[in-house]
Design a protein around this ligand. Sequence first.
Ligand SMILES: [Mn+2]
Length: 309
Amino acid sequence: MGGMKKTFLGLDESKFGPWDFVILSIPLEMTTSYGEGTKMGPKACIDASYQVELFDPILPADLPNGVKIHTAEPWNSEAPTLRSQLDSITDYVSPWIDKSIFPLILGGEHGILLPIIELIGESMIRDLSKLTIVQIDAHADLRNTLNGEKFSHGTVIRRIYELGIGKVIQIGVRGISREENEFIKSHDNIETWFARDLLSLSEDNKWKDMIENIGRLEGNIWLTFDCDGLDGKIVPTTGTSFPGGISYWGAVEIIEKLFESKKRNIIGADINEIVPSEEGTLTEFSAALIATKILSCYTNYTNENTKYT
Ligand SMILES: [Mn+2]
């Protein structure tokens, strides 16, 4: 392909829309605690997607399984402050927040989610109390501030919650502060499935309960997938890689369950905190597999029936 831009999965893409599914890259890196390199994440994920198979046994045909995909040019900004960077993310994402297109956003640190949800509140779902956020993450991201910073990967779900989100469902949390734990306990519409309860080796662990619970969700859903929600073994270089997390098959089960029913409109998703290493590691490949699973479930979901409205 020479100097040509790479497309997700190396698929041939039509130059002209309308498209059904867009891959957006937001390589923002400003506040990640340690393990820098999220700004390389989206590109590394797209590069790694070349190693992912187009066959998925749940599909009647290979990917793209009849849907029109577009890999957009990455976001790029030299704006001087974090808030102005977030505003430029709004400009970048804006053309793609549209009921007829599914946006899959590759990040970049988790903080990218705030302008996206703000935009959804302004244009797509005016009443954010009708939106559920499903968050896969090692952390709750519910701090009021982190190192004095209001806008950060460690505060992003708190900022989004303050917009009036209907419900937040957190899966895989295992790094949390006392303040966040209290915040969860005192807010009924934040439902946190701690990694230890889900994944403990005891027979009465809560994994099945969590999956059933997801199966009962209705209405509009945004899926935000922080790579550190996965077990540290399969995302070894991500921002805050953490042991005791969700397995690859666990993540696949969650995604397939979410897309299984038309009671739910999955309006979009992001995969964030992708940090590759120079040698190339599992992290970006794991992220590419998750991204492909989302695409694959989306194509099945839309092809099975008419598109959601
Ligand atoms: Mn996070």
